[in-house]
Design a protein around this ligand. Structure first.
Ligand SMILES: *Cc1c(COP(=O)(O)O)cnc(C)c1O
Ligand SMILES: [Zn+2]
Length: 432
């Protein structure tokens, strides 16, 4: 069984009743100060970001492994390691996760990889991006805190994930996006029936606007999944680490290539791997985490290469719009992790992104969105630069579906020929 929170003097009634499973507090990433589990995201003492702290079940790894393996084929199989109640799988949600880990032998051959190469294909989630994972946990927290409206600032995928999850879980939703996103993402964010608001500005403008809403009476009763529910939201990304290890046969990968927008996903994948080691579900040995950005929005990669600890904001200009966050909240933590694990942060330009999308499609039959082009393109570059060891086990994340970013490849992808419906016409086209 998952360890229940029992620190009666310091925990809220919500955690005492099991609403947050093994989570016991929020703790500040900067100063370590602890707070009751609540809809807060910044430390009162130092304004540092808060994250969920646990008493994890470490006494019986074999029993826990059996219990996970017998669980549902969704992120809820890892409920004993998440800030959710034990019966979470019975509550209405999109049940995301447990997406395919594809052994990419054809791509490996093209890239000169002699070890194992895997694509963790999160386009298989309910709204076709990894965002369903983080939203599912945030919705659970929103339910516990009594919020009635779900909201977010989004680079596109999050808006669709929130709209869909709200529809299923019975919340009103109102989500905010930059007005100039890809048509596929705008339609997908709107179709679930909630309110969708396009903001004239960049993602960073949208995010600032949402922070203002939270402080205003207009935003009362609103759960912003990536702002005031951010500590819970972030925990959803740990499930990528859990799944990768379980799907490798409870084994750590040697190297993981992760896309960076705000950097939350990368930091929580690291947290998830560390937890599995601490609990004893995988062997304790080193792993390297690599971050991937688009050149047109590469504040973290620029800081990594310059040897800086702080990230200087940029104004994004790239086809990888889902990653276009010019002022990434978790940038400094990403730098720490890349350096501590012996990884790196690299970027590729728009042309390399498109080439990588096509390379993955042609070799493995996986159509990635631009973010997947970024990770595959960066993997290629890291191998060429000798930073990623091609003889080891590597996992590359594809976090979204190519159907959402058709514009990226449409100009250079299309029919081989358009012919009249006759054999002569086909012969003339020279394809036989
Ligand atoms: C949001 C997103 C990411 C990563 O976001 P973080 O803010 O770094 O957690 C990666 N890929 C896609 C497709 C996304 O939509
Ligand atoms: Zn603090």
């Amino acid at each position: 069984m998952a360890v229940q929170s029992v620190e009666s003097s310091t925990t809220s009634s919500a955690s005492a009743s099991g609403a947050f499973g093994p989570a016991v507090a929020l703790s500040c990433r900067e100063c370590g100060e602890r707070f009751d589990l609540g809809p807060i995201f910044a430390c009162e003492a130092c304004f540092g970001p808060l994250e969920v702290a646990y008493e994890l079940p470490a006494d019986d790894p074999e029993g826990l492994r059996r219990r996970i393996e017998a669980g549902p084929n969704s992120i809820w199989r890892y409920a004993p390691l998440l800030p959710v109640p034990a019966d979470v799988a019975d509550l209405p949600s999109l049940n995301p996760g447990f997406t395919k880990l594809v052994k990419a032998d054809n791509l490996a051959r093209e890239l000169g990889v002699t070890g194992e190469l895997h694509i963790k294909d999160d386009s298989g989630n309910p709204t076709h991006s990894f965002k369903d994972r983080v939203v599912a946990i945030a919705v659970q927290a929103a339910r516990t805190f009594g919020f009635t409206t779900l909201s977010c600032s989004s680079t596109g995928n999050l808006a669709g994930a929130v709209g869909a999850a709200a529809a299923r879980a019975g919340f009103h939703s109102c989500v905010f996006i930059p007005h100039d996103l890809e048509a596929g993402k705008v339609v997908m964010a709107a179709v679930y029936g909630g309110d969708l608001v396009g903001i004239e500005g960049t993602y960073d403008d949208v995010n600032r606007f949402c922070s203002e809403l939270i402080g205003d009476p207009v935003g009362e009763g609103w759960g912003f999944v990536n702002v005031n529910l951010r500590p819970y939201y972030g925990e959803g990304s740990k499930t990528l680490a859990y799944e990768i290890c379980e799907q490798l046969g409870w084994r750590l990968p040697d190297q993981i290539v992760v896309p960076i927008a705000s950097g939350s996903q990368l930091t929580k994948i690291d947290k998830g791997l560390k937890e599995l080691i601490a609990i004893g579900l995988v062997e304790d040995r080193p792993y390297k985490i690599f971050g991937a950005q688009a050149e047109g929005c590469s504040p973290v990669s620029a800081a990594f290469k310059a040897g800086h600890d702080v990230v200087r904001p940029q104004k994004p200009q790239t086809i990888a719009k889902s990653l276009a966050i010019g002022n990434p909240a978790d940038g400094p933590y990403v730098l720490d992790i890349a350096r501590r694990t012996g990884g790196a942060v690299e970027d590729v330009n728009d042309e390399q992104i498109v080439d990588a999308i096509k390379l993955l499609a042609r070799t493995e039959g996986i159509f990635a969105e631009t973010a997947g082009g970024v990770t595959v393109g960066v993997t290629k570059k890291l191998i060429e630069d000798g930073l990623l060891d091609p003889s080891l086990t590597t996992v590359v994340l594809n976090t979204g579906d190519g159907l959402k970013t058709l514009d990226a490849v449409a100009p250079t992808t299309g029919p081989s020929a358009i012919i009249r419906p006759t054999l002569d016409s086909f012969r003339e086209a020279g394809l036989a």
